[in-house]
Design a protein around this ligand. Sequence first.
Ligand SMILES: Nc1ncnc2c1ncn2[C@@H]1O[C@H](COP(=O)(O)OP(=O)(O)OP(=O)(O)O)[C@@H](O)[C@H]1O
Ligand SMILES: [Mg+2]
Length: 137
Amino acid sequence: MTATPIQFQVDLTEPPTVLIPSSQAILDPFLGTRAIVARGVEMVFQSGNQKYHALKNINLEVYRGDIQLLMGPSGSGKTTLLSILGGILTPTLGSVCLAGQDLTKMSRSQLAKFRLKNIGFIFQEFNLFPALTAVET
Ligand SMILES: Nc1ncnc2c1ncn2[C@@H]1O[C@H](COP(=O)(O)OP(=O)(O)OP(=O)(O)O)[C@@H](O)[C@H]1O
Ligand SMILES: [Mg+2]
């Protein structure tokens, strides 16, 4: 696959304007604060002698209450980036902070606990447990 790796700079100095009913803003005092901050994220996959640079210098900020879309051709690194932002993969370089905690400094078991409490994923692949219903999974 020769798709261009994701390489973009989203470095907002001001939170974007998000239209949220004022009642919700009152319920969530952290609305508009940074939920995800990624800095200088790189991902290199290695199989044998072959290295593949899937992500290069990703810098992004996502504010609480935001809905974001990530688009790009197949093989451009979307799943890799989401897996890193969700604490499933650890990047080769860079930092990823969620709710003020740096995922790249956590052990595997700390990451597993953090995911259990904080992350929801709907996978592209079929990752349901056969013994559980979809809701239980
Ligand atoms: N575990 C891995 N080992 C080696 N290379 C990998 C691995 N995971 C992903 N890659 C490579 O990294 C690149 C990005 O893959 P990724 O799955 O993130 O792309 P994608 O944008 O999600 O594609 P799609 O739209 O097809 O889901 C691809 O070239 C892929 O082959
Ligand atoms: Mg994908």
